[in-house]
Design a protein. Structure first.
Length: 189
């Protein structure tokens, strides 16, 4: 009867143990390198866009490119500065946070308010529902509403103003037909 396992000769047991340890270490290093290589492109793939309002043709802007917590978010002539560069960080169920390049903070409905005309500011990103947004089809193709998750209200400009410095607010989204001003319609450019 033949046997598949024989007792190792003197010194072979130690050599097998060292070989096993070496191969395990090599596999761990290789796996680690592959994991790092796979993660690098995702980290580099952050895309920033201006968020332009259909009604005013102005962009969502943090006042003065401020780093301050709670700084106002307004509309301002599009100029491509970091105060106007926003990236989507997806959360779940089609929602995302909008993070501004100037400070790394997120678009936030102040104090989680449910009220119409509640101001929108920048705050440190927490994932709270008053910092999560989704896009919903509006009356203008390619210019969706941005809807706050906590309130179901849309991002718009106070009093549908056309002026630089007008405050960004949330407001109940109503009819967006051909006779409306489309102040709640936005596009990522």
């Amino acid at each position: 009867m033949s046997t598949f396992f024989t007792e190792p000769r003197f010194g072979e047991k130690e050599t097998r143990r060292k070989t096993t340890i070496g191969l395990t270490a090599l596999m761990a290093i290789t796996w680690g390198c592959l994991s790092l290589a796979a993660a690098s492109p995702a980290d580099a793939a952050v895309t920033y866009n201006q968020v332009r309002n259909w009604h005013s043709a102005k962009c969502l802007d943090v006042v003065g490119g401020s780093q301050a917590i709670g700084a106002r978010v307004q509309q301002y002539t599009c100029n491509g500065t970091v105060a106007q560069q926003w990236t989507k960080e997806f959360t779940d169920s089609g929602y995302f946070q909008l993070k501004v390049a100037a400070s790394g903070q997120c678009l936030d409905v102040k104090d989680g308010s449910q009220a119409d005309n509640a101001p929108v500011v920048q705050k440190p990103c927490t994932g709270a529902y008053n910092q999560q947004w989704t896009q919903r089809t509006s009356g203008v193709s390619g210019w969706p509403f941005l809807i706050a998750r906590h309130s179901g209200k849309g991002l718009t400009i106070l009093s549908e103003s056309l002026l630089n410095g007008a405050q960004a607010v949330q407001y109940a989204v109503g009819s967006d037909g051909p006779d409306t001003l489309h102040a709640g319609d936005w596009q990522f450019q």
